[in-house]
Design a protein around this ligand. Structure first.
Ligand code: LCS
Length: 406
């Protein structure tokens, strides 16, 4: 029998975080309780004083939440994890724990829109400055570093441009400048990329996406490397209160069991669809980390195990044509979010990245015509035939417009 740490990733997905329980239940119970009874006044006081281990109150700790946290910490190769109410709560927990007034952050230009907004509004209000830069070029990271830079924040692949930043090289630069590296690993999941092994200090996720995988939970997670960081972050999360609840933790833990096979199928489908789209005459440009045409293809090959389930592309005919496309798909659903078993399509400029403003969007390469697909686990052929009929509609509309203009 292999030691736990030698198990294959797919075996870890099924077994991580599962402890023996009273009745031998194969699936751990849901402790849907806000509070825990003390055995005596002295016992309560001793738990509060940290003299004894045990549960007190679910905002501070809960066995169902902890089981899910331990599973993800193991999959990411970290020390421990902190379950948060959403991906944004995870990002806020990280910033609030690592930064003080007067500190500076270097952040990838292409990140989830509200991450940009959080840094530009709330963190700015508390005296934290940010330089946004294209982190796919490590030279830009070096140029952006200041004596007060405490955090280099990287999302890779970036939402929605799928640009890839070199975690190992960026970590070297950050560490030479006494700054820590935080990676948003939402688009890859630990099945495909483990940033801590590449030198990052903290990794976080929107659990809402691939980790849960079934579009029925909003949650977030932060994974850290050592006890000191864990204690520092846990204090902030306990005080600010943005914790995940037991039932959502249970659902995420259930979703994790199939993470390895889901990511295989997402990738297999996305690769087929991207190769098909790349050859389609109505597709003006396409970004997928598994295509050789991707500008950071080589970094991707070094850094991730597979290119994942996200594709962005632009159709001929600009923003209006893009709207026709997303309004014409039938199997793909027009919705934001990503990483679930069902395929979703959206328009970043008017939806997920609207809050950034046009200038920041263009600086990050998010053009108005860009369309993003989160490829699900349906049949790739069915998805291709859906996109084919939608692209045929785009062609019809463009022809019609050209005729009326002529
Ligand atoms: N990080 C990334 C890379 C994300 O894509 C998202 C959400 C978050 C963090 C925040 O997570 P949440 O608080 O929503 O759990 N991304 C979304 C998207 O692209 N469409 O809708 C949500």
């Amino acid at each position: 029998m292999k030691h736990d740490e030698d198990l294959d990733f797919s075996s870890k997905c099924v077994h991580s975080g599962i402890e023996e329980n009273e009745f031998g239940a194969v699936v751990p119970p849901i402790y849907q309780t806000s509070t825990f009874k003390f055995k005596s006044a002295d016992h309560g006081a001793s738990l509060f004083a940290g003299k004894e281990k045990g549960y007190i109150y679910t905002r501070l700790a809960n066995p169902t939440i902890e089981a899910m946290e331990n599973a993800i910490a193991e999959l990411e190769g970290g020390y421990k994890a902190l379950g948060c109410a959403s991906g944004m709560a995870a990002i806020h927990t990280v910033f609030a724990s690592m930064l003080s007034a007067g500190d500076h952050v270097v952040c990838s230009a292409a990140v989830y829109g509200p991450t940009t907004t959080l840094l530009n509004t709330i963190m700015k209000k508390f005296g934290v400055g940010t330089t946004f830069t294209d982190t796919t070029d490590v030279g830009n990271v070096l140029n952006a570093m200041k004596p007060n830079t405490k955090v280099v924040y990287v999302e890779t692949p970036g939402n929605p441009t799928l640009c890839i930043s070199d975690i190992e090289e960026i970590s070297k630069i950050a560490h030479e400048h006494n700054a820590k590296v935080v990676v948003d690993n939402t688009f890859m999941s630990p099945a495909l990329q483990t940033p801590l092994a590449l030198g990052a200090d903290v990794v976080l996720h929107s659990l809402t996406k691939f980790l849960n995988g079934h579009a029925d939970v909003v949650g977030g997670i932060v994974v850290v490397k050592d006890e000191e960081t864990y204690t520092q972050f846990r204090k902030v999360l306990n005080q600010t209160g943005g914790v995940i609840d037991p039932f959502n933790s249970f659902l995420v833990h259930r979703g994790l069991k199939t993470l390895a096979i889901r990511m295989e199928k997402h990738t297999e489908n996305a690769q087929k669809i991207a190769e098909w789209l790349e050859k389609h005459p109505m597709v003006k440009s396409i970004r997928y980390p598994g295509l050789k045409s991707h500008p950071n293809y080589e970094v991707g090959l070094r850094q991730h195990k597979a290119p994942g389930g996200m594709i962005t592309f632009e159709v001929e005919g600009g923003i209006e044509a893009g709207k026709v496309l997303i309004g014409s798909v039938k199997l793909c659903q027009l919705a934001v979010s990503l990483g679930g078993v069902e395929s979703l399509i959206e328009h970043p400029a008017s939806m997920t990245h609207f809050s950034m403003g046009k200038d920041a969007r263009l600086a990050a390469g998010i053009t108005d015509g860009l369309v993003r697909i989160s490829v699900g686990i349906e049949s790739a052929d069915d998805l291709i035939s859906d996109l084919d009929q939608a692209l045929a509609k785009v062609k019809e509309v463009i022809r019609h417009l050209e005729k009326t203009e002529a």
